[in-house]
Ligand binder design. Structure first.
Ligand SMILES: CC(C)(COP(=O)(O)OP(=O)(O)OC[C@H]1O[C@@H](n2cnc3c(N)ncnc32)[C@H](O)[C@@H]1OP(=O)(O)O)[C@@H](O)C(=O)NCCC(=O)NCCS
Length: 149
């Protein structure tokens, strides 16, 4: 089930976030997303457990996939694809979605490519020394959604 994140989800979200990223978002950053306009902060819940989450920013016809992560034991079940598709379908006005992903994060890059994202630049040292970001974008017309929906 996909639903809006609530304050009570933050411990579970932070546990996933801290297990995934060397420079994780802080509790305060996630708390801010709970109240921000132009931001979808959603969780994917499985049997009462937070399996994954997404922070998706949108303005006019553009969106930025700010954060997405799925707990280890729930991966490869289509959860991240469903979260992204949920946000894209919710905002019919969006024509293009942007994101940054670490170049060596091959599982995420594979997922984004499968969904129709294409690389369109790099940002040197974006995630720290020697850790470069790939910038990727996807036009709505190229978006392939997910076969799990
Ligand atoms: C990247 C991530 C969000 C994917 O979540 P997920 O729920 O497992 O992804 P999905 O099940 O929706 O995968 C969709 C497709 O992406 C590709 N994919 C996902 N993980 C993959 C992997 N480890 N290796 C190769 N391809 C992969 C596959 O094509 C997959 O489809 P398939 O399972 O039918 O073959 C998850 O691995 C994760 O949380 N990683 C750590 C955090 C992270 O890197 N976030 C992204 C930061 S930009």
């Amino acid at each position: 089930m996909i639903r809006n994140a609530v304050h009570e989800d933050l411990d579970a979200i932070l546990a996933i976030e801290n297990s995934c990223f060397p420079r994780p978002w802080s509790r305060k950053s996630f708390e801010n997303e709970l109240f921000k306009v132009k931001s979808d902060f959603m969780v994917y819940e499985c049997d009462g457990e937070v399996a994954g989450y997404i922070v998706f920013w949108y303005i006019l016809d553009e969106a930025e996939l700010a954060v997405i992560a799925v707990a280890d034991k729930f991966r490869r079940k289509g959860i991240a694809s469903r979260l992204i598709t949920h946000c894209v379908e919710k905002h019919e006005e969006i024509e293009i979605i942007h994101l940054e992903v670490e170049k060596i994060n091959l599982s995420a890059v594979a997922m984004y490519e499968k969904m129709g994202f294409k690389p369109n630049g790099q940002i040197k040292d974006y995630y720290g020394d020697g850790r470069h970001a790939l910038r990727m974008s996807c036009l709505r017309t190229d978006y392939r959604g997910d076969e799990h929906a």
